[in-house]
Design a protein. Structure first.
Length: 370
């Protein structure tokens, strides 16, 4: 019987066998695709000093981290809420002298103190790849290409990429569409909300055309170019076009140049990944700078929950398994496992093959179908 203390906190859940198998399979496929592009896997710790986790990227909110005091150092520790910041620390310290560009990938759990309205989960499996040492157009092309390859390797179809320019407001506000520093946050917020009235009220009437420079990439990029005051966005527009040309028609491509949510520490380039069947974004990526070393980087993160949703099922599929009766031939069983079979051994006299999920039974040294 389930007791009150057996219930999990809100936002946390167990991954039971079918779901755990699906997660493991997808994780292997994603990491395999990253490895094929030359990305080496690293495994940062689950817990670090709070200041380290908060100090490597812009926009990392410590208030969302689970924090506690380290009994050894008496300093504040935190559970990681984003592995990207840890990759930045590794690149700036342990691998500071490694040749650039440095290609690293990862997979691990992240946790938040409190869920947000859009995502009730407080623990997620984050996977990603980071190219340290460049935020060029070539690096941007590689990041999107590797991300799409990883998702396709996991079996996803109907992929789409939505591009954005995270530093758009700051770029325009400097000279082209002058805006005081203290007003920029409000303008970004209203653009994110797609609120024309709020944008006017915040003093951002000049920024209204950005609300309509969205949609299919070819159409939206021309609208953006038409409102490029003084040509300050010319290099960014050219860069986006180069990325799109490299991708061809392998995914649906859209543009929302003023999208800021989820891109708090990205610089000139950002992208969001979607797939048919998933309500939430599969992941995000872009260019950024690692604080402290000020090194440029480009990468992306994927999240397992929407990925599984896009695949349509947590079911790992029916797996053939061989039932091993009491007193079975152990050498024959070992041979079957080496050939790729899954075996399930009887423990008691009454154990039944079908009840244990087996499709075959070991007879005369061979797997016989039930």
């Amino acid at each position: 019987m389930t007791q009150p203390d057996d219930l999990l906190p809100i936002g946390l859940e167990d991954a039971l066998p079918a779901r755990a198998a699906a997660i493991t399979r997808a994780m292997r496929q994603v990491l395999g695709a990253m490895d094929s592009h030359g990305y080496d896997r690293v495994r940062p710790p689950l817990v670090e000093f709070e200041k380290s986790l908060a100090g490597r990227m812009e926009g990392v909110a410590t208030r969302r981290m689970v924090r506690f005091t380290d009994p050894e150092s008496l300093r504040t520790l935190a559970l990681r809420s984003d592995i990207t910041v840890q990759i930045g620390r590794i690149a700036a310290t342990s691998l500071a002298d490694a040749p650039r560009p440095l290609r690293l990938c990862y997979a691990g759990e992240v946790a938040s103190l409190k869920a947000d309205q859009l995502d009730p989960a407080r623990q997620r499996l984050q996977l990603g790849a980071e190219l340290i040492g460049s935020d060029s157009v070539a690096a941007a092309i590689e990041a999107v290409t590797v991300a799409l390859d990883a998702l396709e390797a996991a079996g996803l179809t109907g992929l789409s990429v939505d591009f954005t320019l995270p530093d758009l407001v700051d770029t325009l506000a400097e000279k082209a569409l002058p805006l005081a520093e203290e007003k920029r946050g409000a303008i970004r917020r209203e653009l994110d909300m797609k609120d024309a009235g709020g944008l006017k009220a915040a003093g951002g009437e000049d920024y209204l055309p950005l609300l309509y420079a969205t949609g299919p990439f070819d159409e939206a990029i021309e609208k953006l170019a038409a409102i490029d005051a003084g040509g300050v966005l010319a290099s960014r527009i050219a860069g986006l076009k180069e990325v799109v040309a490299a991708l061809g028609y392998r995914a649906r491509l859209t543009l929302d140049p003023s999208e800021r949510h989820g891109f708090e520490y990205q610089s000139w380039f950002g992208f969001t990944l979607h797939a048919s069947g998933a309500r939430a974004a599969l992941g995000r990526g872009g260019t950024y700078a690692i604080k402290g070393s000020e090194e440029a980087a480009t990468g992306f993160s994927l999240y397992m929950e929407p990925l599984l949703e896009a695949l349509g099922s947590d079911d790992a599929g029916a797996r053939e398994a061989v039932f091993l009766p009491l007193g079975h031939d152990r050498k024959a069983a070992a041979r079957l496992r080496s050939d790729g079979w899954r075996t399930v051994a009887a423990i008691e006299e009454g154990d039944e093959a079908a009840a244990l999920g087996c499709t075959h039974v070991l007879e005369a040294g061979e797997a016989k179908a039930l």
